[in-house]
Design a protein around this ligand. Structure first.
Ligand code: DAK
Length: 258
């Protein structure tokens, strides 16, 4: 596990892309190791994940151009599938994932950040989809996720022009939730992760699944998706604990994930 590290601290798990000499560019090995790290996450204990890049220069400077340059059509399809399956796994992972974007998030790096639930950026972060300048389209979901996340006009401008944008612009167009100095980045991500971890885990997971599924559906159908998981929450002890604490005017709550 040299290109991706994982550390669990209480209810928060932190995954670091660890290939700083290549600005954490995503080659097949990085993608495989990231996938393997997700298998390691103990979902009974961990309640939120943080994903970041090692060093102060890059979250991930994209898919590995050196590796991609040599691909033939079949290999290109296989590489794209590897990335797409992994990013979709992150997007639909039962636990929320916060991207702590600590520098360049270009191409596949921007797409990886977009597969996460929440994006916090350092002031030096740079986002972009440079693929059209490389003779390709975004290949890890960029054409789809960017246009769902921010207004389509901004997404089209970013992709057609291949122009990078700085953190402040990313904040203005809604690509990131917050921008902080790089020295505060992991603190801020951990603060949000702790707030998430303090809530009933099954309710948080259900809410994530509801939002993801509902965004794909017409509103009438989407409401039935919510109703189903809302109802399921009443089968949990944590619902009794959360509501019981309110009724008993008790501040402390202990959610047991059941
Ligand atoms: N791939 C491989 N190596 C990379 C890299 C990348 N994307 N980005 C940086 N590196 C390496 C550099 O080659 C350099 O290595 P050495 O020369 O030292 O061995 C090292 O990282 C440091 O980079 P620089 O020397 O260039 O550092 P600078 O500060 O001068 O510049 C930069 C930083 C981020 C502006 C620059 O490195 C840069 O422009 N990098 C490329 C950014 C980029 O274009 N990224 C998008 C890649 S395209 C698909 C699947 C997926 C995708 C598409 C299709 N299918 C199969 C359908 C996704 C595509 C992409 O992500």
């Amino acid at each position: 596990m040299s290109f991706v590290t994982y550390q669990a601290d209480g209810a928060i798990g932190t995954i670091l892309l660890n290939r700083p000499e290549a600005l954490n560019a995503l080659n097949s090995k990085v993608l495989d190791e990231l996938n393997a790290v997700l298998d390691q996450v103990d979902q009974n204990v961990i309640r939120c994940l943080i994903l970041s890049g090692s060093g102060e220069k890059a979250f991930a400077a994209g898919a590995d151009i050196g590796e991609m340059y040599h691909l033939n059509e079949e290999e290109g399809k296989a590489f794209s599938k590897k990335g797409n399956d992994l990013f979709r796994r992150i997007e639909t992972f039962p636990l929320p994932v916060i991207a702590a974007v600590n520098g360049y998030a270009l191409g596949g790096g921007c797409e990886l950040a977009m597969a996460c639930d929440i994006r916090i950026a350092s002031e030096n972060a740079v986002f972009g989809q440079p693929e059209t300048g490389l003779g390709i389209t975004p290949g890890f979901g960029g054409t789809q996720r960017l246009a769902r996340l921010i207004p389509a006009g901004y997404a089209k401008q970013m992709i057609y022009t291949a122009r990078n944008i700085k953190a402040e612009e990313a904040l203005r167009i809604g690509l990131v939730n917050k921008v902080v100095p790089i020295s505060d980045l992991m603190n801020e991500a951990n603060k949000i992760a702790s707030q998430i971890a303090a809530n009933a885990p099954i309710a948080v997971r259900n809410a994530k699944a509801d939002i993801n599924e509902g965004l794909e559906l017409a509103m009438d159908l989407a409401m039935t998706v919510e109703e189903k998981r809302f109802g399921a929450c009443f089968n949990t002890n944590d619902q009794k604990e959360g509501m019981g604490a309110f009724l008993e005017k008790r501040k402390e709550k202990t959610f047991k994930n059941n």
